[in-house]
Ligand binder design. Structure first.
Ligand code: PMP
Length: 293
């Protein structure tokens, strides 16, 4: 078994050390491109079709034609995992506008460039899943959907990065981002949920959030468990006074927020609904997904 790590680079499989991108790629020059973060567990890729669908929807929104069919993309992604002999891990699938000149017009970029990296990821330590995390609210607002719709999973994460820097500067791992009207939107790399009186709420997509695949799974879990769940606008007041708060994301899965802007949420420990959702989520990912081998 080879210990070499392989990356899919524009139609070829290259050794990790030899994988290269052109300095004229507009993904690099302008953040012009899109991506997906995908998890695989126990030899199965979780929600693969949903991630591929979202990738192609992002592409359509930014007027990019991915030079592969969805099935070719799926095949390349599965083959990348197989070449790395992995059963559990994380995929970063990137499609940039490709090589062009120094002008920003994509008309000079004849072909989008596809990269597939399979690796491992640990976003937060285990202890944080048991104790919950602290967050702050960033002063940086989430992108206005009238400029760059946060539904587009674009390579331009500057908005989220600035909010992440605010969080890092005060020693917390995540930041709540508001939209331009002051409603809670999402976090820098996760969707947000609150629980009040046994009912679960998450901001609707039109507030300006990524249509998270884990968000959808969490809502599905609630429905299956008979827990009421609504997409509803809310403010920080509702976060501070929630019984529970949690974040969802492919890398984060579901994680409790126990303090926001120095207000303790609920009793300061991960709540029962959050715990049930995380448990159900971990059960689903173990048993569902596209077979890799
Ligand atoms: N919001 C943002 C801004 C994200 O980047 C992500 C993905 N990391 C999410 C939410 C969660 O989406 P998903 O559950 O599809 O990973």
């Amino acid at each position: 078994m080879s210990l070499e790590k392989w990356v899919y680079v524009d139609g070829d499989y290259c050794k990790k050390e030899e994988a290269k991108v052109s300095v004229f790629d507009h993904g690099y020059l302008y953040g012009d491109g899109i991506f997906e973060g995908i998890r695989f567990y126990n030899g199965r890729v979780f929600k693969l079709d949903e991630h591929i669908e979202r990738l192609y929807m992002s592409a359509k929104a930014i007027f990019m034609e991915i030079p592969m069919t969805k099935q070719e993309m799926i095949d390349a992604l599965l083959e990348t995992i197989r070449r790395n002999n992995l059963r559990d891990g994380y995929i970063r699938l990137v499609v940039s506008r490709g090589k062009g000149d120094l002008g920003l017009s994509p008309t000079k970029c004849p072909k989008p460039f596809v990269l597939i990296i399979a690796d491992s990821i640990t976003l937060y330590p285990n202890e944080m899943y048991e104790k919950g995390m602290k967050v702050i609210t960033a002063s940086t607002r989430r992108n206005n959907p009238l400029s760059i719709d946060p539904q587009v999973k674009s390579l331009n994460y500057m908005n989220n990065i600035l909010a992440k820097i605010e969080a890092n500067r005060v020693g917390v791992p995540e930041a709540i981002m508001l939209n331009n009207s002051g409603y809670v939107a999402e976090c820098t790399g996760d969707n947000i949920f609150i629980v009040k009186d046994g009912i679960v709420y998450t901001p609707p997509i039109h507030v300006g959030v990524l249509d998270g695949i884990t968000r959808k799974t969490a809502m599905y879990i609630c429905e299956k468990m008979g827990i009421e769940v609504y997409e509803k606008e809310f403010t920080l007041y509702n976060v501070y006074n929630a019984d529970e708060c949690f974040l969802t994301g492919t890398a984060a899965e579901a994680i409790a927020v126990t303090e926001a802007d120095e207000r303790i949420i609920g009793n300061g420990r991960p709540g029962p609904i959050t715990k049930r959702i995380l448990e159900a989520f971990r059960d689903i990912v173990k048993n569902e997904g596209t077979d890799i081998y």
